[in-house]
Design a protein around this ligand. Structure first.
Ligand code: URP
Ligand code: ZN
Ligand code: ZN
Length: 464
C-alpha cells in the first residue's frame, strides 16, 4: 500500500514548508516538491497542516483504581485517541505489591494486544522494589519498558517511600532509563483529608481544598533532589501549578536533568469547577487537583520557555453515573481521574497557537516530538522525515467544532461526560494515518481493532 500526500504544509518541531510526502510499507520514503509518483491512494492536503501524529505519554486504559476500573479500555481509548489526532499512547502497567514487574507487563500485554487502533508502549508503575527485585528493571528495559512511574501520592495503594524511590532511580540511572514521578506529598495530604472528613466536609470541592499546591511543590523538590543524587533524568508527570513549576525551574537552572509534563485540564480548567451544582464537581476530581486559574498563565510560560516539555492527558476516565458516584458521601472515595485523550490536540492548538501563546513548531514539539525523544521513540515517531513511521495527521487549522459529548466528531471516549463540554475550538484533525494506513477520515474511524502494535522503546533519548 502506498500513499501520496500532496500540497500540504508540513510542520515539525523545527520545520515549516510546503511539500509532498510519499509513503510505502508503513514509513515515509520520499519528501519533495511536486512529487509525481504512482500511489495506491492520493490525499490532497491543500490548505491543511501535515503534522506528526500526536504522542500522549500518559494514559490509564483498563486501569483498576479507586475501587473500579477506568472506563476506556485499549480498544475504545485508542480509537478515541486516533479521532483526536493521537497515533501513539504510552500507558502504564502496574506491579501488584509483592509480585514481579515482569508478570505485570504480561498482564498489560494481554489487556492491549490485538485491541488497539494505534501503536502503544508501557511505562511500569513500580509499587515495591526490594533489593531482590531491582534487577527486573533492566529486564523490563530489554522488553522496551524504558521508563517507570513512582508515586509519592496514594498511601496504601500506589505510594512508595523515599528509599524505594532512591533504589529505583539509581538503577534506572545505571540502565539509561528514566523515572516518571507523581510528585505530591500523599502522607500529609491524607492527614488533611482525614481532618476534613472528621469535620463533616464530604463534598467534591474538598478534594481540591485538601491538596495544597505546596504539597505538590514539596514532592517535586524531593523527587528532583533524589534524582539528582541518584544521577537519573526525572520526568514530573501532570504538573499542575506555579509552585511546583518553580521547583522544576530552580533544578533546571542548576543543571539537573529534570523535565515535566502538564495536561490540558491544568491549562484550561480551574478549581471553580468544584463549585458546580450538586455532585457535578466529582467530574473534575483528579490528582493533582484543579488549581486557581492564575496558575494557567504560569504553566503556559513554562511551556513557552521550555521548562515544561510535554503536554499529556493523564486520561483516566470514570463514568459520572456509576463510577464517580462511589464517592457521593465521601469525596475521598471518588475515583480520581478524568477524560481527555481525544481532545488534547485541538485544545492545545486552539488555546496555544490561536491565542498566540506558542508557535506552530512548539505545538508539534509539545504534543509529539518531546515525548518521542524523552521516551525512546524518536525519530521513528514524533517527526516527519524520510525513514520515520508514517504516523501523520492532516489538520485543518480553520475548522471549528464545539467539544461535546453530543458532537459525533469530538467525543468517542467511553465515558458519560466530556470535561471540556461546550469549549469551542478552531483547529481540528481531519485525516489520521497510522503507519501509512488511513484510520480516521473526517470523523469516521476506518481502521480496525488490532492495527496498533506494541512499541519496544529505546533508552532515554534525551531532551538535554
Ligand atoms: O487522578 C488521576 N490523575 N488519576 C490517574 C492516576 C494518576 O495519578 O496518574
Ligand atoms: Zn499520577
Ligand atoms: Zn496518571
Amino acid at each position: 500500500m502506498s500513499v501520496l500526500i500532496k500540497n500540504g504544509r508540513i510542520i515539525t518541531a523545527v520545520d515549516d514548508y510546503m511539500a509532498d510526502i510519499f509513503i510505502a510499507e508503513e514509513s515515509i520514503t520520499t519528501i519533495g516538491n511536486s512529487l509525481d509518483m504512482v500511489a495506491d491512494q492520493i490525499i490532497d492536503a491543500s490548505n491543511k497542516y501535515v503534522i506528526p501524529g500526536g504522542i500522549d505519554p500518559h494514559t490509564h486504559l483498563d486501569m483498576p483504581f479507586g475501587g473500579t476500573v477506568s472506563a476506556d479500555n485499549f480498544e475504545t481509548g485508542t480509537r478515541a485517541a486516533a479521532h483526536g489526532g493521537t497515533t501513539t499512547l504510552i500507558d502504564f502497567a502496574i506491579q501488584a505489591k509483592g509480585t514481579s514487574t515482569l508478570k505485570a507487563l504480561d498482564i498489560w500485554h494481554a489487556k492491549a494486544e490485538g485491541k488497539t487502533a494505534i501503536d502503544y508502549g508501557f511505562h511500569m508503575i513500580v509499587t515495591d522494589l526490594d533489593d531482590n527485585r531491582v534487577h527486573e528493571m533492566k529486564m523490563l528495559a530489554d522488553e522496551g519498558v524504558t521508563s517507570y512511574k513512582l508515586f509519592m501520592a496514594y498511601p496504601g495503594v500506589l505510594y512508595v517511600d523515599d528509599g524505594t524511590i532512591y533504589r529505583a532511580m539509581r538503577k534506572a540511572g545505571e540502565d539509561g532509563t528514566v523515572v516518571c514521578m507523581h510528585a505530591e506529598n500523599g502522607i500529609v495530604i491524607d492527614e488533611i483529608v482525614k481532618k476534613a472528613l472528621s469535620e463533616g466536609k464530604t463534598e467534591p470541592k474538598y478534594h481540591g481544598l485538601t491538596r495544597p499546591t505546596r504539597m505538590e511543590a514539596e514532592g517535586v523538590h524531593r523527587a528532583i533532589s533524589i534524582a539528582e543524587v541518584a544521577n537519573v533524568p526525572v520526568y514530573i508527570v501532570h504538573l499542575s501549578c506555579s509552585d511546583a513549576l518553580e521547583q522544576v525551574i530552580l533544578a533546571r537552572n542548576r543543571g539537573v536533568h529534570a523535565f515535566a509534563e502538564t495536561c490540558p485540564q491544568y491549562l484550561f480548567l480551574d478549581n471553580s469547577y468544584y463549585d458546580k451544582e450538586g455532585f457535578e464537581g466529582a467530574k473534575y476530581v483528579m490528582t493533582p487537583a484543579l488549581r486557581e486559574k492564575w496558575n494557567q498563565d504560569e504553566l503556559w510560560k513554562g511551556l513557552r520557555f521550555g521548562h515544561i516539555q510535554s503536554i499529556a492527558t493523564d486520561h483516566c476516565p470514570f463514568c459520572f453515573k456509576d463510577q464517580k458516584v462511589l464517592g457521593i458521601d465521601d469525596f475521598s472515595k471518588i475515583p480520581n481521574g478524568g477524560p481527555g485523550v481525544e481532545n488534547r490536540m485541538s485544545l492545545v492548538y486552539n488555546g496555544g497557537v490561536n491565542s498566540g501563546r506558542i508557535s506552530l513548531n512548539k505545538f508539534v514539539e509539545l504534543t509529539s516530538t518531546a515525548a518521542a525523544k524523552t521516551f525512546g521513540l524518536f525519530p521513528k515517531k514524533g517527526t516527519i522525515a524520510v525513514g520515520s513511521d508514517a504516523d501523520i495527521v492532516i489538520f485543518d487549522p480553520n475548522r471549528k467544532e464545539t467539544i461535546s459529548i453530543n458532537n459525533a466528531c469530538t467525543h468517542h471516549m467511553n465515558v458519560d461526560y466530556n470535561a471540556y463540554e461546550g469549549f469551542e475550538v478552531k483547529g481540528f484533525t481531519e485525516t489520521v494515518l497510522s503507519r501509512g494506513k488511513v484510520i480516521i477520515d473526517d470523523c469516521d474511524y476506518i481502521g480496525k481493532k488490532g492495527d496498533g502494535h506494541y512499541l519496544k522503546r529505546g533508552l532515554y533519548g534525551g531532551m538535554k
